[in-house]
Design a binder for this molecule. Structure first.
Ligand code: NAG
Ligand code: NAG
Ligand code: NAG
Length: 141
């Protein structure tokens, strides 16, 4: 009787495992490079400061604004990944080459995980204009 139970449990486990595998398919790895154009302080502002007494343009040079925290969605509006998103969340020391986790995604990047590296290639403190390069290595189904 006991061995029958074990056999039944094994069959159930194998069934669930096989079913899950068939539904999700196999993990694929993808490498992407994207460039962020961050402007702040003029009519073309793309980044704003959230903490503080009022919402105002972000000044990368001023002290006190930095939470050193990255929380971003990469939204694809065209091409092969149109309608899909990649979610990036983690700590950003804001100097040198930084690494931040990729924690999820939607569309073609469902159940994504991986990491993204960031490097500031250009920075103009007067206009608060930064060009940031990011390489992402992502596993997804
Ligand atoms: C803002 O963007 C517009 C359209 O690209 C451009 O013509 C204008 O010069 C930009 N303004 C500044 C201050 O860079
Ligand atoms: C940002 O702050 C620095 C230092 O206070 C200042 O020199 C610079 O003009 C400011 N930039 C903008 C766009 O306000
Ligand atoms: C991105 O990859 C390129 C090519 O390997 C490399 O030259 C560059 O330094 C990388 N940048 C970051 C931010 O990882």
């Amino acid at each position: 009787m006991a061995s029958n139970k074990i056999t039944l449990a094994s069959i159930l486990f194998l069934t669930i495992f096989t079913y899950s595998n068939a539904k999700l398919g196999y993990l694929k790895e993808i490498e992407l490079t994207v460039y962020y154009q961050d402007y702040s302080g003029d009519q073309n502002t793309t980044v704003i400061e959230i903490p503080g007494p009022s919402i105002r343009p972000l000044n990368f040079s001023s002290s006190g604004w930095v939470l050193h925290r990255v929380m971003m969605s990469v939204v694809f509006i065209d091409g092969e990944y149109k309608g899909s998103t990649i979610e990036i969340y983690g700590n950003d020391p804001r100097s040198g080459q930084r690494e931040v986790p990729v924690v999820g995604g939607t569309g073609k990047f469902r159940l994504a995980r991986g990491y993204a590296t960031f490097e500031t290639l250009y920075f103009d403190p007067v206009r608060s204009h930064a060009i940031i390069q990011s390489n992402m290595t992502i596993l997804h189904y």
